[in-house]
Design a protein around this ligand. Structure first.
Ligand code: FE2
Length: 193
């Protein structure tokens, strides 16, 4: 059987959204594909935390995460359909996540509320920063896609506030401040900073 080459966002149709060049649409879709894989990775990570968090305040965090899973799944759908609208082929497979991501798999297993929220704060630091980078990159080319990403980022930042509100000290300090790894952030959160 002949090998099939995997589809890429380079598989453009001969048309795109009105007023947008094929070249611009390809650049936007390439950026969106990376963010699509990031969103798919994020909702899987959130479910992993939902299943593995233990200890005091379990139920509050377990139940806090599911609406965010649904929101993030919806955002992935929005970006995938935007890629298709622009004339490219969105890739939504596990292999696509693996190919597109420049970050490591979430590293915690069964662990406490504090540890998971500390690590999740770091996950959102990276995710939100990258969504902001994508906004800066494609804003000049396609304000419609920019608007989609801006709306998503606002809600994701709000959820990170929920996470941080569990970690914050009375003096307004985050124990995860300055940590650059999930393990480090988890340990700092366990110890309260
Ligand atoms: Fe569940």
């Amino acid at each position: 059987m002949a090998h099939r080459t995997r589809p890429t966002v380079g598989d453009m149709t001969s048309f795109t959204a009105p007023g947008l060049s094929i070249e611009s649409a390809t650049t936007v879709s390439t950026t969106l594909q990376e963010r699509l894989s990031a969103l798919n990775d994020l909702h899987l990570t959130l479910k992993h935390i939902h299943w593995n968090v233990v200890g005091a305040n379990f139920i509050g965090v377990h139940e806090m995460i599911d609406p965010q899973v649904e929101l993030v799944r919806g955002y992935a759908d929005t970006l995938a359909e935007r890629i298709a609208t622009l004339g490219s082929a969105p890739r939504g497979t596990a292999k696509a996540i693996e190919d597109d991501r420049s970050w490591s798999d979430y590293s915690l297993g069964r662990d406490s509320v504090a540890a998971h929220l500390g690590a999740l704060d770091l996950v959102y630091d990276g995710f939100v920063s990258s969504h902001r980078d994508a906004i800066a990159k494609i804003g000049e080319l396609d304000p419609i896609t920019e608007d989609i990403l801006i709306g998503q980022t606002a809600e994701l930042e709000k959820f990170q506030w929920f996470v941080r509100a569990h970690l914050e000290s009375n003096s307004g300090r985050l124990p995860t401040s300055g940590e650059s790894s999930e393990a480090g952030a988890a340990e700092a959160a366990r110890n309260g900073g």
